[in-house]
Design a protein around this ligand. Structure first.
Ligand code: HEC
Length: 120
């Protein structure tokens, strides 16, 4: 008799464990995800527009040939950083670089990002 009670307790405990696993797992996956992800749309690179924006905003720190001055070289930045990282760096700045989300329009930020992403 005691054995029966004991084994049914074990079964109940196992079921409880399974239910916990099933209900907990999806939550963990969600918290493991990186902060709200976004993608920069693939637009045809408007070279002239990008270079114009670059010249008036970025050249002083990154150089006329993207060779870098106060800021790092950007000549191969497209192979070193993901487009989303490039966009974020320009929009939010950081590490000595000013942010441009208030100075440039969304469209200008995307043009610049796609232009830099093509520098590989
Ligand atoms: C006042 C100087 C300054 C200006 C102006 C500036 N940057 Fe920067 N930029 C920096 C510095 C300094 C860093 C390095 C930041 C770091 O290491 O965290 C940097 C980093 C970057 C990076 C990341 C490169 C890497 O290898 O980590 C990108 C991309 C970039 N800048 C693009 C731009 C663009 C595009 C503009 C113009 C809209 C611009 N920057 C204007 C100083 C500047």
């Amino acid at each position: 008799m005691f054995k029966w009670v004991f084994s049914s307790l074990v079964v109940v405990a196992c079921l409880f464990g399974i239910v916990l696993l099933v209900t907990e797992l999806p939550e963990k996956e969600q918290t493991a995800e990186p902060s709200p992800s976004f993608t920069v749309p693939d637009a045809p690179v408007d070279m002239a527009a990008a270079e114009q924006i670059y010249k008036s905003n970025c050249l002083s720190c990154h150089g006329d040939q993207l060779q870098g001055r106060v800021g790092p070289e950007l000549a191969r930045v497209g192979s070193e950083m993901a487009k989303e990282q490039i966009y974020k760096q320009i929009a939010q700045g950081g590490g000595g670089m000013p942010k441009y989300e208030n100075k440039l329009s969304e469209e200008q930020l995307i043009i610049l990002t796609n232009w830099l992403a093509s520098k590989q």
